[in-house]
Ligand binder design. Structure first.
Ligand SMILES: O=C[C@H](O)COP(=O)(O)O
Length: 275
């Protein structure tokens, strides 16, 4: 039997690189150009695997110019957005501006925003709505800290974040949304949750959307939503995580800053084990 990811690839795998606060606008362009060449040389097929990068806000205009100018098969998004559309919100960035820069995605509720900037579930939900208002696909980030994991309540905790994040959305919006499960204890620590941990949570999230929220959403919503895993993903562990049935992609931090490493994650199908 040949092993494939998420059953039959009916949900196109998404490999997302979150640059966090790394690579200035000049470095970002050089990096992206190299990544595009490397993927081209490796015969990357964008119809099979989608690649997205999440540069700092100040890089986005340069990234847009490069991607559009050179017709790169790479999409991009922002790392955050304001829940508001315009006004006296010093330092915030509107989804409207991100849409003008032709961003496809926006990260919402990343654990570094939740912890370092004390973003609440309620604020995260407002940001999810703001993204949809401007035609951006939100990548809703959820996941538990170490204490919650040790107490064994990680599934319950993460599902509560999901329920709160999708509150007030339509079926179509939920089906379009991407959810990234990132156990906080595995982010940037080298501690990676095992493929079975990633599958356990992604399956629980899909199950919750299918069962608990079925009264709110259309029947095929759970089957269509894409679920990512994030936390110390590298070329060496990506394929084993991505072969799990309910895992449709990965959100990569540190390893997305190395062209060869990230390109190798994108090419994970080459590392899938054949049973
Ligand atoms: O957004 C990415 C995640 O925070 C994972 O970061 P990491 O791959 O450096 O652990």
């Amino acid at each position: 039997m040949t092993t494939s990811t998420n059953g039959t690839f009916d949900r196109r795998p998404l490999i997302a690189g979150n640059w966090k606060m790394n690579l200035d606008h000049m470095q970002g362009i050089t990096f992206l150009q190299k990544l595009a060449w490397t993927l081209d040389d490796a015969g990357h097929d964008p119809a099979r695997v989608e690649v997205s990068v999440f540069p700092p806000f100040t890089d986005l205009r340069g990234v847009q110019t490069l991607v559009k100018g050179d017709s790169l098969d790479i999409v991009y998004g922002a790392q955050d957005l304001s829940p508001e559309d315009s006004g006296a919100y010093t330092g915030d960035i509107s989804g409207q501006f991100l849409a003008r820069l032709e961003c496809s995605y926006v990260l919402v509720g990343h654990s570094e925003r939740r912890t370092l900037h004390r973003e609440s579930d309620e604020l995260v939900n407002r940001k999810v709505h703001a993204a949809f208002r401007h035609g951006l696909v939100p990548i809703l980030c959820v996941g538990e800290g170490l204490e919650i994991r040790q107490a064994g309540s990680h599934v319950e905790h993460t599902l509560a974040q999901v329920r709160s994040g999708v509150a007030g959305l339509s079926s179509e919006q939920v089906a379009t949304l991407v959810i990234a499960y990132e156990p906080v204890w595995a982010i940037g620590t080298g501690e990676v949750a095992g493929p079975e941990d990633a599958q356990e949570m992604c399956s629980a999230i899909r199950g919750a959307i299918r069962a608990e929220l079925e009264a709110l959403f259309a029947a095929d919503t759970a089957a269509r939503i894409r679920l990512l895993y994030g936390g110390s993903v590298k070329a060496a562990n990506a394929a084993s995580i991505l072969r799990e049935r309910d895992v449709d992609g990965v959100l990569v931090g540190g390893a997305s800053l190395d062209v060869a490493e990230f390109a190798s994650i994108v090419r994970f199908e080459e590392h899938l084990v054949t049973d």
